[in-house]
Ligand binder design. Sequence first.
Ligand SMILES: NC(=O)c1ccc[n+]([C@@H]2O[C@H](COP(=O)([O-])OP(=O)(O)OC[C@H]3O[C@@H](n4cnc5c(N)ncnc54)[C@H](O)[C@@H]3O)[C@@H](O)[C@H]2O)c1
Length: 257
Amino acid sequence: MTTFDNDVAVVTGAAGGIGLAVCRALLDAGARVALADVDADGLDRAVEELGGERAAAFVVDLSDDEQATDLPRRVRDHFGALDILVNNAGVRQVTDILDLTPAEWRRTLDINLVAPFVLVHAALPGMVAQGRGKIINVASLAGLTAVRGRAAYGASKAGLAMLTRSVAVEFGGRGIWCNAVAPGVVETPMARGFFQDGALTETLVQVTPMGRWGQPEDIAAPVVFLAGGESDFINGAVVPADGGWTAGYHSVGAASG
Ligand SMILES: NC(=O)c1ccc[n+]([C@@H]2O[C@H](COP(=O)([O-])OP(=O)(O)OC[C@H]3O[C@@H](n4cnc5c(N)ncnc54)[C@H](O)[C@@H]3O)[C@@H](O)[C@H]2O)c1
């Protein structure tokens, strides 16, 4: 089981479904956690729910380069260290390509891809100086395989997967690990639309070999593993956590095909 000796993690999107589960799992494993989000009320609720001095809230709008750049410094000032960066904050744009505007495309990339780069860029020098740092990016199934209506979202997540590999290639020899988890559909506020449509949930179950969608804890567990010492020989990996969805065409063919 992965455990931490008071290591300090910053988790973006900490007020959301997956982010909060990641924070809880890191705290349970012995880390101290900086919860970062643009949603100040949601952060207050999250910190109150988690409780204790080992969790602290940091309000930040990651679409603002200056605020994103400053976040690692704020976390170090508060906790005295920064060992783990979890780039989890994200927005999802569901629009067919001809209806998508350049501004929507840019905003999706700004939050899902530019902000993780800015955070990595700001956190890396301190991590390299201390000789160790773990970065985990929360990508998506939609960055591994195209999903209709998610051109901007999928492009941002495919880019995040390549940022993951690029950091591992450039910094793997300097005590830095950068891996990603690529969730399938997970029951959170972001994916609410899926769960309001019975036909969609039925399709979800059909295309997923494991026959179910995910819960935030299904993503938090591999994030914690990739943040801890047990994953020290894994670098630059993009790990699907999608119940087998991207493994292949589970519902096509069968015995008669
Ligand atoms: N839920 C799914 O089905 C699913 C599937 C694949 C990938 N993901 C990815 O998982 C991550 C978490 O998603 P979730 O499902 O928990 O969504 P969520 O909407 O519950 O949480 C996202 C969080 O990001 C925060 N955020 C958005 N813009 C921000 C900004 N500019 N600055 C700071 N914080 C900002 C939001 O306030 C929110 O708390 C996202 O990157 C998402 O793309 C989710």
